[in-house]
Design a protein around this ligand. Structure first.
Ligand code: ATP
Length: 490
C-alpha cells in the first residue's frame, strides 16, 4: 500500500492532533468510525475513556451506561464534566432543530477547547447548521481501502477450493471498491451464497451491487457489460491504447508516478463504434461503467443542474474504481447545442474542467462526441484527457472485420459468405449500418425458414443509402476538423 495502512484512523488521528474540540464525521459507516476511534483511544490516549451516545441508548462510558442521558442536553452536560475522553455521538444532528441543543453544543465547544476531550458527531451528510459552522469541524470519512476490503474478502473465501488466484482476488477487490464495509459484506453474502469457488456469476453479482448504489441517485445509469474488445472490428490503435493501460489503472505505483490513465475523448462519425469502445474498455479493465444522463441533469428533477452534476461526480468518486461515460458531451457543455441555457452550461463546464484536474485517478472518464465542432478548445487542451481519438468511417478491411463480428455473434456459418466481397460493396458504410444489414438479412431468411446467405445480405445492402452519402458535407467537415486535433483510432 502506498498510503498509510489505515487512512481512516489516520484521518481521525489528524483531527485530534489538530485539537478540534468538535468534529462532524460524514459517513454512512458509524460502526467503522466507532471501531477506529475506540482503537485510537485505547492505544494512543490511554488516560482518556471512550464514550458513545445514541438517542436510544444514552451515554455509554468505560464504566457502562450513564443513567438518564438519552436527552442530548443532559448527555452533553456529562461530557463537559469529564476530565478527559473521546466521545462519539451518533444522532446529535437529528436535534439540531432545537435552539437549546445548538446553544449547548456551542457551550460544550468552549468547555472542551484546549483540553484532552474530543467530541465526534457522525452523520450521513454535512448537517451542521449555520449557527454552528464556526464551532464544528467537518471531515469526510474515507471509504474502506483496497487492503481493508482484501482482508474482508479473505474471510469470505477462506476454505474455497481452489482459492482465488491473484488476478481473481484483484478483480474481486476492485469490484468491492466504493462499497462500505456493510455493503461489501452484503454483496459477498449474495455473491458467494452456497459457493465453494469464485466464478463469473459472483463477479456479476458484485457489479450489480455497485449498479444499485448508483441507481439510488437517478442520474447515473449502470451499463451492463455487453461488448468485449474483440467484438470491435478495426480501430486497432484505440484498442491497443486500452490494452496497454490495462494494468496501469489499478497499479498504485503507476498512480504515484502519474501514469494511471485519467480519461479519453472519442469523437467521430455517428454509428462507427464510439460508445462500443467505452463499453469494451470497461469489460477489458474489469470496471463498472456508469453513464451520466445529461438530460436528467438538466431536467431539474434532482435539484438544480449544477447541484445534480456536482452530486453525480461525487457519487462517481464514491463508487470508484469505475468508468464514467459522458455521452454526447457537446450537448452538456456547448452553449450552441440543445439543452439548458448558456449560463448553466458554462457553470457546469467550469465545474467539469476543475474536476477533471482534481478528480481521483480511480475514476476514468470516457467521453464521446458527435458534433465535435461544438467542443470548446479548453476541453481539448492537453491535460484534460490523456488522448483525443477520432473514429472515421471504417476502411475496407475494417468493414470486413465488422461483418465478421456481427455474423459470428449471431452464430452464422461463414463457409459460404465472403466478408471481403461484402466489404467491397459497402464503401462509406458505418458499423451500425453494417450491423443493421446483417440483422435485416437474417430476419428475412428466418422468415423463409432457412439459413442466411451472402445474397440475402447483398440484397439488403442494395436497399440502403449510407449516412455518409446523405450527410457528405457534414462528414467532410468533421474529418477536416478532427484531422488536426485528434489521433485516428485506426
Ligand atoms: P452514435 O454517435 O450514433 O451513438 P457511436 O459511434 O457511439 O454512434 P455505437 O453506438 O458504438 O456508435 O455503434 C452502434 C452499433 O454499430 C454498435 O452497437 C455496433 O453493433 C455497431 N458497430 C459500430 N462500429 C462497429 C465496429 N467497429 N465493430 C463492430 N460493430 C460496430
Amino acid at each position: 500500500m502506498s498510503r498509510a495502512a489505515n487512512p481512516a484512523q489516520e484521518a481521525l488521528r489528524r483531527v485530534i492532533m489538530a485539537r478540534y474540540p468538535i468534529t462532524q464525521v460524514v459517513t454512512f459507516e458509524e460502526d467503522r468510525v466507532e471501531a477506529n476511534l475506540r482503537h485510537l483511544t485505547q492505544n494512543s490516549m490511554k488516560r482518556a475513556g471512550f464514550w458513545t451516545w445514541a438517542c436510544t441508548t444514552g451515554l455509554v462510558g468505560p464504566e457502562g451506561p450513564v443513567k438518564d442521558t438519552r436527552d442530548p442536553e443532559r448527555a452533553l452536560d456529562v461530557v463537559a464534566g469529564q476530565p478527559a475522553g473521546v466521545f462519539l455521538f451518533r444522532d446529535l444532528h437529528a436535534f439540531f432543530g432545537q435552539p437549546a441543543v445548538v446553544r449547548k453544543v456551542r457551550d460544550v465547544r468552549l468547555a472542551l477547547t484546549n483540553t484532552p476531550r474530543f467530541l465526534f458527531l457522525t452523520a450521513p451528510r454535512v448537517t451542521v447548521p449555520l449557527d454552528l459552522r464556526r464551532d464544528v469541524a467537518v471531515m469526510d470519512f474515507p471509504m474502506p481501502t483496497a487492503t481493508e476490503l482484501g482482508h474482508l474478502l479473505d474471510r469470505y473465501v477462506a476454505g474455497f477450493e481452489p482459492p482465488p488466484d491473484d488476478d481473481t482476488r484483484l478483480s474481486l477487490v476492485t469490484a468491492l471498491r466504493g462499497l462500505t464495509v456493510a455493503e461489501a459484506s452484503n454483496a459477498m453474502n449474495m455473491a458467494f451464497y452456497g459457493k465453494k469457488r469464485v466464478d463469473d456469476e459472483a463477479m456479476t453479482t458484485l457489479h450489480a451491487q455497485k449498479a444499485q448504489l448508483a441507481r439510488k441517485d437517478g442520474v447515473l445509469e449502470f451499463v451492463a457489460q455487453k461488448w468485449q474488445l474483440d467484438d470491435i472490428g478495426g480501430l486497432e490503435v484505440l484498442k491497443q491504447w486500452f490494452v496497454k493501460r490495462r494494468t496501469l489503472f489499478e497499479d498504485e505505483e503507476a498512480d504515484r508516478r502519474g501514469l494511471a490513465p485519467r480519461g479519453v475523448l472519442v469523437m467521430g462519425i455517428p454509428g462507427c463504434g464510439k460508445s462500443m469502445c467505452i463499453k469494451a474498455a470497461a469489460a477489458l479493465w474489469g470496471l463498472p461503467l456508469f453513464r451520466l444522463e445529461m438530460a436528467q441533469v438538466f431536467s431539474g428533477v434532482y435539484g438544480t443542474p449544477e447541484e445534480t452534476f456536482d452530486h453525480a461526480l461525487k457519487m462517481m468518486e464514491a463508487v470508484a474504481p469505475a468508468i464514467l461515460w459522458i455521452d454526447e458531451i457537446e450537448n452538456a457543455i456547448s452553449a450552441d447545442a440543445e439543452g439548458a441555457d448558456a449560463g448553466t452550461k458554462g457553470r457546469i463546464f467550469a465545474t467539469f474542467l476543475t474536476w477533471m484536474q482534481e478528480k481521483p485517478a480511480q475514476v476514468f472518464v470516457g467521453a464521446t462526441a458527435n458534433r465535435i465542432d461544438l467542443l470548446p478548445a479548453e476541453l481539448l487542451r492537453k491535460g484534460r484527457f490523456d488522448q483525443v481519438f477520432f473514429i472515421d468511417l471504417p476502411d475496407e478491411s475494417e468493414r470486413a472485420a465488422i461483418f465478421d463480428v456481427h455474423l459470428r455473434h449471431r452464430k452464422v456459418d461463414l463457409t459460404d459468405i465472403n466478408v471481403v466481397t461484402l466489404a467491397k460493396a459497402t464503401k462509406n458504410w458505418n458499423g451500425a449500418e453494417i450491423e443493421n444489414a446483417v440483422v435485416a438479412a437474417m430476419i428475412e431468411a428466418y422468415d423463409a425458414d432457412r439459413e442466411v446467405t451472402e445474397d440475402d445480405i447483398f440484397f439488403q445492402v442494395g436497399k440502403v443509402v449510407p449516412l455518409a452519402v446523405t450527410m457528405a458535407e457534414q462528414i467532410k467537415a468533421i474529418k477536416s476538423w478532427a484531422g488536426q486535433r485528434a489521433i485516428r483510432a485506426s
